[in-house]
Structures are given as C-alpha cells and as structure tokens.
Write a protein of this length. Sequence first.
Length: 319
Amino acid sequence: MFEGFKVGLALGGGAARGLAHIGVLKVLEENQIPIDLIVGTSVGALVGGVYATTRSVVATEKRFRDFIFSKEFKRSRFDFLKESRQARPGLLYNFVSLVKKGIFYSFSMAKTSWISAEHFEHNINSILDDVRIEDTSIPFAAVATDINRGEEVVLREGSLRAAVSASSAVPGLLPPVPIDGRLLIDGGWMCKVPVLPALRLGASVVIGVDVSKEIEDTTGFRSGLNIMVRANALKSDALKTMQCRFADVLIEPDVDHVHWADFSAIVECINHGEEAARRKLGEMRRQIKMARFSSLLGYSRSRRLARAYMDEEDKGKAR
C-alpha cells in the first residue's frame, strides 16, 4: 500500500561521540522501526556503512569493539590527542595540553595529516567489507566535501570503503581522498547531520541523529587561536541547526562530555545512544504513522520544508 514510502536515517559526525549511533540502531532494531535508507557523515558514515552491509547491530557493535581495542587502532595515536576526562584545569594540566596541541599543530604544518594514507586505509579495511555501495543490504550514501570546489558531495555508488574514507577524512587528522577527479574531506564541514541529503534521496520521513556539540561553555579567550576556533564553532553550529530543523525526529544522545578522541568510551556512548533513542520512540512511531498517511494525500511536511530551502539554495547559486 505504501509503495515508495521510505524511512531515512541521517547519522551525523562527531568522532568518538558517534559511537552513540550504535545505541540508536540497537533501539530501532529492537523496536522494529523500519530503516529503508541510511545517509551518514563522517563517523555516521562509518557506523552507517557497517550497519548497511551487515543489517545487524550485534555484528556492527562487535566489529567496532574488536577494532577499537586492537593493536592496529592504538597505532593511530588518538590517545595522544585525548584529554583525560578526570583532569582538572591547573598548571600541569594546562602545560601538558599546550604541549600536545603544539606538537599536533607543528606536525600538521609539515605533513598532510596526523595519520598516514596507508594507515588510514588499513583502519577502514579492518572495519568495512570490500563491497560497492550499490550492493549494501540497506540503501546507503556517504556525504563528503569537495575541498577544491567547496561543494557537498553525496556518494551513492562505487567502493564503500573509499566513500566512507572520504566522508571521514577530518582535515589535519586524516588525509583527503581523491574520487573521480575530486579531492574529498570530511562531510561535516558542509553537512554535519545529513537530513537534506536523505530527503533528496527519497526519504519520506527522516530520523536525524546529532552527536556533535560545537558550542562549549566558556568564560573567556586567552589566544587568537581560541577565538578562531570559537568563531568556526559558531558558524558550524548555526549551519547544523538550520539543517536539523528539517528532520521529522531528532535524536540527541547526551555525549557532550566525551572527548572527541576517546574511542575507549564506546560502552558509555552506546548506552547514551540507547537512552536518547528510547526517549524518542513514541515520537518516531507517531511521525512515521503521520507521514504514511500524508503520503497517501500526496503531502509531506518535511519534504515541503526541504523543497522550500532547496529552492532558495538554487536561487542563491543562480545569482
């Protein structure tokens, strides 16, 4: 009866905090909330890509657990960038943090990325199956950013590993990925939570998952670098907020306190993802029911709102 009706899942970026996506998937699977389309940005593409191929949250969680606690992952040196969650501001803490930042920024000035292309590829290959996007069990797409043209790129075909690598290529940390003549980096720079791409790909209703926090509470700024970082965060948060308002349901796991490089917090992140998704179960069921009924009448609230936004976007490009 509802031929063509699709529930889309938009998984956002947020580094280690994105492990909460696994908890969200667990709740959706347990409660038989349909997932007809997955679009992911950055870590959302990584988690979404694994789930789209395995169609099993148990298999997805196991794959991430095994990798995160493997010797291969430790070689990525994310622990070096991680600040202790028990640490308190003080002379020693500030000194160690400053040294770490100095080493990272100095390294980034001399090298393309903190992690080499070879090691990055090895990590991706350890998590994702060597399949084409067209062959995933659940229709899937990864969002990346063309660093030369400044454009959002939605990857819907070709190597799954290459697409997810491009979507996850955080500038400075991971190397850009060349695909079809484009040089691609992390999709979060253009599309933090890919709600609009999901709508463009035919989703009738979109469940968005936001695991990022751009705006940190602060009492002041001590350097020009901090001011620049803060200004960029304000811009990114405003763009994300604008995109997320087109989601029919927005799930926001409480993972703000987890350091972006603390992948060892996988259990904690998954639990927070589950809690956030359970709080939204009633809303998800209502929105899916309403969207199905609306589709019979040829009407979709989210699609109408998104269409209005996309029309304005097109006008802006034509100017």
